[in-house]
Design a protein around this ligand. Structure first.
Ligand code: CTP
Ligand code: CA
Length: 222
């Protein structure tokens, strides 16, 4: 492993990776979450490390363990992830693989809610868009900002629109419809949307997708 020798194409580069879901509390014992396992973000962080990068790995509560040999920052909520990302910058590249909750519960309770007829009424507030915030930084923007787009239909259309809306350089898009087995699985089939166009990659193990993406990132930063 080149990274272990302080060598490799990303030696001396600082790369931020977000990964995993976020948990948005409802009360001290309940939360809203999503099905992200953190597998692809974790594999990508490991692959970047193996190419010699110094990796800051900001992760929500994932179901796979974090890689070794990275700077680990554990967070729970989207707001905590935003703060951790801001604190971790500057970086040469920032890769946003996390499945950030779009909304948090605005009226989260400080003590456990008791069962009541009709159930509680939750109010929602929009979370900060971390990828868009970093993509649009006027000072100190990473040279390469990469977003992910997990979609269930019109994957490439949504990804291209998302890339424009967020202002990031690349989008890694995939189809996470239940039939694909990608969410929570070991394989991934991605479409890489860059300034040069769209590449449809074959279905590969998430580790192999990670290695190929890491090499692309290294080429881009070279
Ligand atoms: N993202 C983020 N902060 C958020 C929401 C999303 O950084 N609050 C990042 C994700 O990590 C991902 C990219 O933005 O890299 C796209 O996330 P996605 O949920 O697909 O985008 P949204 O704009 O939230 O669109 P959608 O309505 O499809 O959820
Ligand atoms: Ca979203």
């Amino acid at each position: 492993i080149e990274g272990a020798l302080g060598a490799g194409p990303l030696a001396g580069r600082r790369v931020l990776v977000t990964s995993g879901p976020t948990h948005e509390p409802i009360d001290p014992v309940r939360y809203i979450a999503n099905r992200s396992s953190g597998a692809q973000g974790t594999a990508l962080a490991a692959a970047l490390r193996d190419l010699g990068a110094r990796v800051i790995f900001v992760t929500g509560p994932a179901s796979v363990p974090p890689p070794v040999g990275v700077e680990l920052v554990r967070v729970e909520t989207a707001q905590e992830m935003m703060a951790a990302v801001t604190a971790a910058l500057p970086a040469d590249a920032a890769i946003f693989a996390a499945a950030v909750a779009d909304w948090r519960v605005a009226n989260a309770a400080g003590s456990k809610m008791k069962k009541q007829a009709g159930g509680p009424t939750l109010e929602f507030a929009e979370n900060p868009d971390i990828l868009a915030t970093v993509s649009r930084m006027e000072k100190g923007r990473p040279r390469l900002v990469v977003g992910f787009a997990a979609e269930t239909d019109r994957v490439v259309d949504h990804a291209c629109a998302k890339r424009a809306r967020k202002g990031c350089d690349w989008i890694v898009a995939n189809d996470v419809s239940p039939g694909t087995g990608i969410m929570g699985g070991t394989e991934n089939a991605i479409h890489l949307v860059t300034e040069d166009g769209i590449e449809d990659w074959p279905r590969l193990g998430k580790d192999e997708v990670a290695r190929r993406l890491a090499q692309r990132i290294a080429d881009r930063l070279a």
